[in-house]
Design a protein around this ligand. Structure first.
Ligand SMILES: O=P(O)(O)OC[C@H]1O[C@H](O)[C@H](O)[C@@H](O)[C@@H]1O
Length: 265
């Protein structure tokens, strides 16, 4: 049975989306942040740190932080942008999906002043059997052009970092055992993530790039919102638009990310 219901995630109001086949996702209104995704088999596929704040005082450490309008420190604004720390609205729901929205008028004064552009953001989250579909849309609703970067900073749960094999970003499989932070430009085909169990197939459109990140032992130990050994339990593979794109008044951009569980492998 398809259901959409309001739940609490830590201290944050969230939306649980259930598909007809038992697949489910949880998205907090804070950041339109996907914090949990389970396919129809009931296995969790996203990592979320046990040390993450879940009270709206800082971005959630894990899940899928939505990065907009700046990637990391590539700009003069807030690190990774304000979208992950703004409170979004639930705009629409349907069978196995929910749509979240954020506009300039939704921002608190300090954020609104820091980025004075008319915009409308929409994130659509859909679960269906062994697939998760995320679609992110940016529309310029103002009178002036603006430039933005964007990413879906997905933290995938893995059994053990050393077992991870990432395909499709380089010649041969990528293996990571400690700190890793690389931008792959011009991603053309699907990326695969295998760690001994099912393989995830990650397809993206609109997003031109992909970032692969893990903080490694030293940086993880320095993060206040991550437990020391947790870096071995995830890898971030992030569809991204790194070089800022300029959007004219009235224009829109769309980026999509689909993750499928390939149980045959
Ligand atoms: O700690 P955060 O602000 O969430 O950033 C986490 C990470 O995000 C991206 O993957 C960047 O490539 C990394 O350089 C950065 O450390």
């Amino acid at each position: 049975m398809n259901t959409i219901e309001m739940v609490d995630y830590g201290q944050l109001p969230a939306v649980r989306i259930r598909g007809a086949d038992g697949a489910q996702a949880i998205v907090t209104l804070y950041g339109a942040h996907l914090v949990s995704w389970q396919g129809a088999d009931g296995a969790e596929r996203l990592f979320c740190s046990a040390a993450s704040r879940l009270d709206g005082s800082r971005a959630i450490r894990g899940g899928v932080p939505l990065i907009f309008p700046q990637f990391a420190e590539r700009g003069t604004g807030m690190r990774h942008g304000f979208a992950r720390v703004a409170t979004w609205r639930l705009q629409e729901t349907g069978a196995g999906f929910a749509v979240f929205a954020l506009e300039h008028s939704d921002l608190p004064a300090a954020l609104a002043q820091a980025w004075p552009h008319g915009f409308a953001l929409r994130l659509r989250v859909e679960v269906n059997g062994g697939a998760l579909a995320l679609a992110f849309e940016v529309t310029n609703t103002g009178a002036d052009a603006f430039a933005f970067s964007a990413a879906l900073h997905s933290y995938f749960l893995v059994s053990e970092l050393a077992r991870v094999r990432i395909g499709g970003v380089q010649e041969g499989a990528l293996q990571i055992d400690d700190k890793f932070d690389t931008i792959y430009r011009g991603v053309k085909s699907a990326i695969t993530l295998a760690d001994g169990g099912a393989t995830l197939r990650l397809a993206q459109s609109g997003f031109t790039d992909a970032v692969v990140w893990n903080p490694g032992a030293l940086d993880a130990a320095a993060l206040a919102d991550m437990e020391e050994a947790e870096y071995r339990r995830f890898v971030c593979i992030e569809p991204a638009l790194i070089a800022p794109l300029t959007l004219a008044p009235g224009a829109a951009w769309r980026g999509a990310h689909t993750v499928s569980i390939d149980t045959a492998s």
